[in-house]
Design a protein around this ligand. Structure first.
Ligand code: GAL
Length: 350
């Protein structure tokens, strides 16, 4: 039986099997719908916000590998937190004839303009990790960011059921920062209402900048005479700024600190005891899932997941992956076992 029919059958069977996953054949064999009218392989555009944080370097590498492993092409741009540049980069890729655009928005609102331009050119748009607000985005794939915040707060409440808490938020331009904070307060609010804990400092961190987080934490320590019992930072980059400020006061390792992203520096801080926990988000799963869905939609196939998220304009079809809380207790079986970092990197000398 002809290979192509085999592949189509396999695809149909796997689609029937599980609603929210799409199986792309291991090694894609060119089919009509893998090729554009002029017989070019489909091309996927990836408009990234930044490569500043460690994770985005992984996202870029893994997404490129996932697309190219199916014999398709990928164009990648990173805008270093510059909204105008991100819009210009997306426009350029649209004009270059990409067949689908995947975007990590710097500013959830400003990137709505990119969605309009892409749709104007008949190109579908997938939001990667961060939601685009107020636009008819075709699909959103991320981790459950509210759950990330809940995992952070649950771990901190276990260790500090009573006391003074500091919240160092993420970038207010990033929809994830709002979801994270909502998750944190889903868990903390009852303890706040009981009067067990007090939020004595709460600040967003522009562009997730560690230096800004350091300044916020230094201020929090100063205006509260170091009377702080726990700190929740929206990611590991900002947690690094927090630990630096605690170190200035000789308090590093005495006050529990929560982060997110399982960055190498943060995992090492957990081993040395200056950071308490982080939240691991298996980026391999995210990048492969988005790559498979990008190919599926670029081939003009339908995909209707069971979850949707309202972005202010429409109910956006969404796929949310599960995050995992990591402490010194499960670090080996979660981070090392998944080869996110090596034993040598985490425990050994450089
Ligand atoms: C968020 C992302 C986090 C974090 C942050 C800074 O949107 O979910 O993993 O790293 O951006 O880039």
């Amino acid at each position: 039986m002809h290979v192509r029919i085999m592949l189509l059958l396999m695809l149909a069977m796997s689609l029937a099997a599980c609603r929210d996953t799409v199986e792309v054949p291991e090694k894609a064999v060119f089919k009509e719908d893998d090729l554009t009218e002029d017989n070019e392989p489909l091309k996927i555009g990836f408009a990234m916000d930044t490569l500043k944080e460690e994770r985005w370097l992984k996202d870029r590498k893994l997404f490129q590998e996932a697309i190219e492993s199916h014999g398709l092409e990928v164009e990648i741009r990173a805008a270093n937190g510059d909204d105008a540049l991100q819009i210009a980069q997306a426009e350029e890729m649209i004009h270059q004839g990409i067949d689908l655009l995947v975007i990590v928005p710097h500013n959830a609102e400003a990137t709505a303009a990119i969605v309009h331009k892409a749709h104007g050119a008949g190109i579908k748009v997938i939001a990667y990790d961060r939601l685009v607000k107020n636009a008819d985005i075709d699909l959103y794939v991320s981790f459950d960011n509210e759950r990330v915040g809940e995992l952070q707060a649950e771990e901190m409440l276990k260790r500090v059921p009573k006391g003074n808490y500091v919240y160092i938020g993420g970038a207010p331009t990033d929809n994830n920062a709002h979801l994270l904070k909502k998750g944190v307060f889903n868990v903390l609010q009852p303890a706040i209402d009981r009067g067990d804990i007090r939020i004595i400092y709460d600040q967003w961190t522009a562009d997730w900048a560690p230096e800004a987080a350091y300044a916020h934490m230094s201020e929090a320590l100063n205006i509260n005479d170091n009377q702080i019992d726990a700190v929740i930072a929206a990611n590991d980059a900002t947690a690094g700024g927090v630990v630096k400020a605690l170190t200035d006061q000789g308090l590093a390792g005495t006050i529990p600190v929560a982060g997110q992203d399982a960055e190498l520096a943060a995992v090492r801080r957990i081993v040395e005891g200056t950071q308490t926990m982080t939240v691991y988000k298996p980026i391999q799963n995210l990048s492969e899932r988005v790559a498979a869905l990008a190919i599926h939609l670029a081939q003009n196939n339908e995909f209707k997941p069971t979850v949707s998220i309202n972005n202010g304009k429409s109910e956006v079809p969404s796929v949310l992956l599960e995050p995992i809380a990591v402490t010194a207790d499960n670090l080996k079986e979660v981070i090392i076992a998944d080869e996110f970092h090596s034993e040598e990197e985490v425990y050994g000398k450089e």
